[in-house]
Design a protein around this ligand. Structure first.
Ligand code: ADP
Ligand code: MG
Length: 700
C-alpha cells in the first residue's frame, strides 16, 4: 500500500468514522443536520459527543476546544480537558452534547467593532456540523461559529455560511426555471492557491521588522532578485523539499487535499494548492494550512512568511481563490456544457457573475483590503486595484456577437439564438495566461486573484456568494413572471451583456493605458484599503446584505470599524518598529561607521602628511549626509505617528486610517529610502541586520 492512503484523514472525525462509530439512527440524524441543516436534538448530540470523545481519546487527545475564526483573521481556541472528577477521587473522561454544541469562551478581548461592550463580554460558539471535527496537537477541535448573545456574528464563518445559504436558494430558483426539479441545493466550491516565503530562522531572529510585522521595513535590493525568472517552477531545494514532504503529511492527516507544490516567481517563494472543496470547508482548511505551514517551517529551522509583501522589489504573495458553483447532484453550473439548454443556463449564470462583479466592484476590492495587500495591488506583480473580468478573447467575442445579433464561427450565417443554438467551441483559458486579471474565467470556474496571502478567504467568498445571489434573485424575479421563457431569457442575457460589458477586459492589466481606459469606462480604482472602505456602508451594499440576512447594518458597521482600525494598527506597529530600528540600530551604526572613517583619515594624516584620504573623506561625506537625512526623516515619522495617535483617540476610524495611509505610510517610505542608501555603502560587518541577499538565499 502507498504511504498516503492510510494516513489521509486519520485525524478527522469524518463520515466514515461517524458511520462506523455511531448507532445507525444517530448517524442518519446527524447526516440530516450536516446535509440539510436540520436542527440536532440534544439526545443525538450527546451520543455524537460521546463517540467523538471515545475516538479522540483513543488517539491520545486529552482536551477539546471550540475552534473559531474571530475577526482577528486568525483562528482561536481555548482548550478544556475531558476530565471530570468521580466520587472515588479519580477522574473520568467526559464530553457532553451540550459541550459539543455550544461553548462560552471568555471572549471579551476579540475585536467586535463596538458590537459587544466589555461588560457584556460573553459571546458564544456554536458547532458547525458541516465542517468535520479534527484532532490537532492532542486536542479535539470542533469547528464553530462565534456570535454575541444578541445574535450578531463576531466571526468570519457565520456570514460565510449565511452567504452560502443565500446563493443556494437563489440558484435553485433559477434552476427550476430551466425545468430542473431534482436539485435541492447548490454549494459554492473553492480551491485556494496559497503562496508563501521560507527564510532561515537564525537570520529571521535578527530582524525586528520580520518578528513584529512579518515584513522587512528596511532593506536594499540584493544584486540578484527575480529578473532571471529562474526560480519559478525551478528545482525545489532539498531543505524545502523536506519541509513540503512533512507539511503534506500533516495536511493529509487532517483530510486536507494538498495537491500541487512548486517554486514561485521570487527567490524563496513557494506555492501550495489543494483540490477544491465546499467553500466553508475550503476556508477552514486554508486556515489550518497556514497554521501548519508556520509550525512545520519552525520544525525545520525556518520561518514561513505569509505576509503579502515581505520584501520590496521582488513579488509578494497572494492567494488565488478558484470559485465555482456546484449542485447537490454534482453539476458545475459554470461549466458551459454541450447542449443548447445547458449553454443557455451557463450563459445566465455567467451573466449573473458579470453583473455582480460590475455592480459590486467596491465590495470585492474591500474583501481583499488589508495594509499588507495594498503593497501588491497595482504594483505590477499582482492584479491591479481596478476590478475587471477576464473571459478570454473567444468567449468575449461570442458574447459580443450575441449582443449584436451577429453570426460567429460555426454560425457563420445565422444569428445565435440562446436556448436553441449550441454555442461555438471556445478555448477555455485554463492556463494562467493572463495573470494580470483580478477575476478570470478559467473554463469552468472563476479565479479571483486579488486576495492577500495571509488573509482568510472567508471575506472574499462572503462577497462573491452574496453578490451573485443578488443577481440570480433579480433574474429569477424577472423570469418567473415570463410567459415566453426562451425569448425573455434571450433578451435578459443580451441586456445584461450590454449594460455590464464594461467590466470585461482581456488585455494587460499592468499597462498604464488600462488605468486610463478603466477610468473612461467608469470603473473604480480604489488604490488603498481606507479609500475602498469609504464605499462599504453605501446604501446599495447595506440593502444587499440585509436582503439576504448576511450582515445586519450593525454587523456591517462593526466590520467597517474593525477593518479600518486593523489597518491603522498595522501601520502604527510598522512605523513604531521602524523608529526603533532607525534609532537603536541604524543611526548608531551610521555614527560608528563615520567615526571609523574619520579615525582612518586622521591616522593616515598622522602617518604621512600628504597621504591620500579621498576615499575615506568622500565616504564620510556621504555617510554624514545620509545620516542627517535618516535623522530628519525619523523625526518626521515620529511626528506623523504622534499626530495619528491623536486622531485615533477620536471617533472617526475611517479618517484615522486615511491619515495612516496618506501621512504615516508616506513618511515611512521616505525614511526607508535614506536608510537603504546607507546600507548599500556600509560595510557588511557593521550593518545591524541580515541583508536581502542573506535572507532570500538563506535556505538551500
Ligand atoms: P491551474 O490554475 O494551475 O491551471 P487548475 O485550474 O486545475 O490549476 O486548478 C487550480 C485550483 O482550482 C485548484 O485548487 C483546483 O482544485 C481548483 N478548482 C478546479 N476546479 C474547481 C471548481 N469547480 N471549483 C473551485 N475550484 C476549482
Ligand atoms: Mg491558477
Amino acid at each position: 500500500m502507498d504511504e498516503v492512503t492510510p494516513i489521509f484523514g486519520e485525524n478527522v472525525f469524518n463520515e466514515t468514522v461517524m458511520k462506523a462509530r455511531l448507532p445507525k439512527e444517530t448517524f442518519k440524524q446527524l447526516m440530516k443536520t450536516i446535509n440539510d441543516g436540520e436542527k440536532l436534538n440534544p439526545a443525538v448530540a450527546n451520543v455524537v459527543a460521546n463517540a467523538m470523545k471515545e475516538w479522540a481519546t483513543e488517539k491520545g487527545a486529552t482536551h477539546f476546544t471550540h475552534w473559531f475564526q474571530p475577526l482577528t483573521g486568525v483562528t482561536a481556541e481555548k482548550h478544556d480537558s475531558f476530565i471530570q472528577p468521580s466520587s472515588d477521587g479519580k477522574i473520568i473522561m467526559e464530553f457532553s452534547g451540550k459541550e459539543l454544541v455550544q461553548g462560552e469562551p471568555d471572549a471579551s478581548s476579540f475585536p467586535s467593532g463596538g458590537l459587544r461592550a466589555t461588560f457584556e463580554a460573553r459571546g458564544y460558539t456554536a458547532w458547525d456540523p458541516t465542517s468535520y471535527a479534527f484532532i490537532k496537537d492532542g486536542t479535539l477541535c470542533i469547528p464553530t461559529c462565534f456570535c454575541s448573545y444578541t445574535g450578531e456574528a463576531l466571526d468570519k464563518k457565520t456570514p460565510l455560511l449565511r452567504s452560502m445559504e443565500a446563493i443556494s436558494k437563489e440558484a435553485v430558483r433559477v434552476l427550476r426555471l430551466f425545468g430542473n426539479k431534482e436539485v435541492t441545493s447548490v454549494k459554492t466550491t473553492v480551491g485556494p492557491e496559497q503562496e508563501y516565503f521560507l527564510v532561515d530562522k537564525k537570520l529571521y531572529d535578527k530582524r525586528e521588522d520580520l518578528i513584529f510585522t512579518g515584513r522587512t521595513l528596511f532593506g536594499a535590493k540584493s544584486p540578484k532578485g527575480q529578473e532571471l525568472e529562474d526560480h519559478y517552477f525551478g528545482m525545489i531545494k532539498p531543505r524545502v523539499q523536506e519541509f513540503m514532504k512533512d507539511l503534506n503529511k500533516e495536511l493529509w492527516k487532517l483530510g486536507i487535499l494538498a495537491k500541487t507544490e512548486h517554486n514561485e516567481v521570487a527567490p524563496a517563494q513557494h506555492e501550495l494548492a489543494p483540490i477544491f472543496n465546499t467553500t466553508n470547508i475550503a476556508c477552514d482548511h486554508n486556515q489550518l494550512t497556514m497554521e501548519l505551514m508556520r509550525k512545520t517551517a519552525s520544525k525545520h529551522g525556518m520561518v514561513c512568511l505569509l505576509h503579502e509583501k515581505p520584501f520590496a522589489g521582488v513579488n509578494g504573495s497572494g492567494k488565488h481563490n478558484n470559485w465555482s458553483i456546484s449542485t447537490n447532484t454534482g453539476k458545475n453550473l459554470l461549466d458551459p456544457g454541450a447542449t443548447p439548454e445547458s449553454n443557455a443556463q451557463f450563459l445566465l449564470f455567467l451573466c449573473a457573475v458579470i453583473k455582480a462583479v460590475d455592480e459590486y466592484q467596491d465590495l470585492l476590492r474591500i474583501s481583499v483590503g488589508t495594509a499588507g495587500n495594498d503593497h501588491r495591488l497595482g504594483a505590477n506583480e499582482a492584479p491591479p486595484a481596478i476590478i475587471s473580468i477576464f473571459l478570454g478573447d473567444e468567449l468575449a467575442a461570442i458574447l459580443d456577437c450575441l449582443e449584436q445579433g451577429k453570426p460567429y464561427g460555426t454560425h457563420a450565417k445565422e444569428k445565435m439564438q440562446i436556448g436553441v443554438t449550441v454555442l461555438p467551441e471556445f478555448s477555455k483559458d485554463t492556463t494562467d495566461r493572463n495573470r494580470t486579471s483580478p477575476f478570470a474565467f478559467t473554463g469552468n470556474k472563476f479565479e479571483f486573484r486579488s486576495l492577500g496571502s495571509s488573509d482568510s478567504i472567508a471575506c472574499a467568498n462572503i462577497m462573491l456568494n452574496t453578490i451573485v445571489a443578488e443577481e440570480l434573485s433579480e433574474f429569477a424575479d424577472e423570469l418567473e413572471k415570463s410567459k415566453n421563457f426562451n425569448a425573455d431569457l434571450h433578451s435578459l442575457i443580451l441586456k445584461t451583456i450590454k449594460e455590464h460589458k464594461r467590466i470585461i477586459f482581456n488585455g494587460n492589466g499592468y499597462d498604464d493605458s488600462w488605468v486610463k481606459e478603466a477610468e473612461k469606462r467608469g470603473l473604480l480604482n480604489l488604490k488603498t484599503t481606507p479609500e475602498a472602505l469609504t464605499h462599504f456602508l453605501d446604501e446599495k451594499n447595506k440593502k444587499l446584505f440585509k436582503k439576504f440576512g448576511v450582515f445586519s447594518e450593525t454587523e456591517m458597521t462593526s466590520r467597517f470599524e474593525i477593518q479600518n482600525e486593523n489597518y491603522s494598527k498595522i501601520i502604527n506597529i510598522e512605523a513604531e518598529t521602524m523608529l526603533e530600528m532607525a534609532k537603536k540600530d541604524i543611526l548608531p551604526c551610521a555614527s560608528k561607521y563615520a567615526a571609523k572613517l574619520a579615525e582612518t583619515i586622521n591616522l593616515k594624516k598622522a602617518a604621512c602628511g600628504d597621504c591620500d584620504a579621498t576615499y575615506e573623506s568622500e565616504m564620510l561625506k556621504k555617510v554624514s549626509t545620509l545620516t542627517s537625512c535618516i535623522f530628519k526623516k525619523t523625526a518626521a515619522l515620529e511626528k506623523a505617528v504622534m499626530d495619528a495617535k491623536e486622531l485615533a483617540s477620536g471617533e472617526d476610524s475611517g479618517k484615522t486610517a486615511m491619515f495612516y495611509c496618506k501621512t504615516v505610510f508616506a513618511a515611512m517610505n521616505e525614511l526607508r529610502i535614506c536608510a537603504d542608501e546607507l546600507e548599500v555603502i556600509t560595510p557588511k560587518e557593521l550593518w545591524p541586520f541580515p541583508s536581502y541577499g542573506d535572507l532570500l538565499y538563506s535556505v538551500r
